[in-house]
Design a protein around this ligand. Structure first.
Ligand SMILES: *Cc1c(COP(=O)(O)O)cnc(C)c1O
Length: 376
């Protein structure tokens, strides 16, 4: 059994993917081929925003809007404490300070009440200027945008949605990657919509921001890439990846997203009452980048992971370390007592195999092993 079975997906899509790749090889238009523009149009339409700008990876996708907004030293950017490192890394890379915020135990997403408290505290201290919030759609579930938007408006902050794990998710009929002033995603192979290498994208309805990002991602180009009007990056999506993504996007839209939601039902119906299962609030829809359960304590979690391994079942711990305890962020001197929920979750979460090609029999096997372990 695979944790995320990319081979099964490749087997299912092989003829179309190989045809798409061959077209790029025949044309040798490896950089900025027409497939890149076509993909951007399809993605923008699916997400329901005006502009999609592809780039080299999900981390650059976060950096580019921060660069365009001139987020810099002396600025504070609010980031959930429970996320992948890149969400906060890009803030420090700009010279600004990430301010970590504890999360909601049920949704794994940034806690709006604690977010406002962190903003007020930052203003009172007066050392940093609050500029932006980067909510993360963790494990595929959109963050609480109605509340976050109210807070952002109240304090005049920008919102950058980190939808690296959230592509395809929804809230009240609105797609993930359409929230905030700008949103981003990642096409790392294991994400809900993955390519065959690195890739990423930025989404926005803001024409001016889209123009600046289109320049920044190609060495701050003006008229062309030999006319440089600002300091930028080299961050393009390869034509090969764009061609592959167009095939994968069709499969994602036509059945994969529904398939992972079916797998979620298979799991939840078997595991409810045995362990704590993921909760999808009313009006929300997840793209299930991960299916993550909660155990009683670290001993039970680690015990279950070993047990599953003995039975040939892969599992992962997302995440073992809260952002504020990462060695690279010691310099921020965060107060460990502010992160009660994240600290506990890092000891008790376990992510189970999850992908659109996972069969009900496989889910049955995983759940059988979990039941035997918990009832021992
Ligand atoms: C994967 C991920 C990123 C970074 O994406 P890359 O394409 O690997 O650079 C950023 N934020 C979150 C929450 C992620 O899961």
């Amino acid at each position: 059994m695979q944790f995320r079975d990319l081979k099964a997906q490749y087997r299912a899509l092989k003829p179309q993917i190989e045809k798409a790749v061959k077209t790029v090889l025949d044309d040798c238009n490896f950089i900025m081929g027409h497939q890149v523009k076509e993909l951007e149009e399809k993605l923008a339409e699916y997400v329901g925003v005006k502009h999609c700008i592809t780039c080299a990876n999900g981390t650059d996708a976060l950096s580019l809007p921060l660069m365009a907004w001139d987020i810099k030293a002396g600025d504070a950017v609010f980031v959930p404490d429970f996320t992948f490192f890149a969400t906060a890394e890009v803030v420090s890379l700009r010279g600004a300070a990430p301010v970590f915020v504890d999360i909601d135990a049920d949704t794994f997403n940034i806690d709006p009440v604690k977010l406002e408290a962190a903003i007020i505290k930052t203003i009172k201290e007066g050392r940093l200027k609050p500029r932006a919030i980067i909510p993360v759609d963790l494990f595929g579930l959109p963050a609480d945008y109605p509340e976050i938007e109210k807070i952002a408006a109240k304090y005049g902050l920008l919102i950058l949605e980190d939808g690296a794990q959230g592509f395809g998710g929804m809230m009240n009929g609105k797609r993930a990657c359409s929230f905030g002033h700008a949103a981003t995603t990642s096409f790392f192979p294991a994400k809900p919509l993955g390519c065959y290498g690195d890739g990423g994208a930025i989404f926005t309805n803001d024409d001016e921001l889209a123009n600046i990002i289109n320049s920044l991602k190609i060495h701050g180009k003006g008229e062309d890439k030999y006319d440089n009007v600002r300091i930028g990056l080299n961050s393009r999506l390869d034509t090969l990846q764009a061609a592959i993504l167009m095939v994968k996007l069709d499969a994602f839209i036509s059945h994969e997203l529904e398939d992972v939601n079916r797998v979620y039902q298979y799991y939840n119906s078997r595991l409810k009452g045995i362990v704590e299962v993921p909760l999808i609030p009313d009006g929300f829809y997840s793209s299930f980048a991960q299916y993550t359960i909660k155990l009683k304590n670290k001993e039970q979690r680690d015990g279950l992971q070993s047990w599953l391994k003995e039975h040939g079942i892969p599992s992962m711990i997302y995440y073992k370390t809260p952002m504020h305890r990462q060695t690279a962020f010691w310099y921020l001197d965060s107060d460990d007592r502010d992160f009660e929920v994240t600290n506990k979750l890092c000891d008790t979460v376990l992510s189970l195999p999850m992908h659109p090609y996972l069969s009900e029999e496989d889910v049955e096997r995983v759940c059988g092993a979990i039941k035997t372990f918990v009832n021992r």
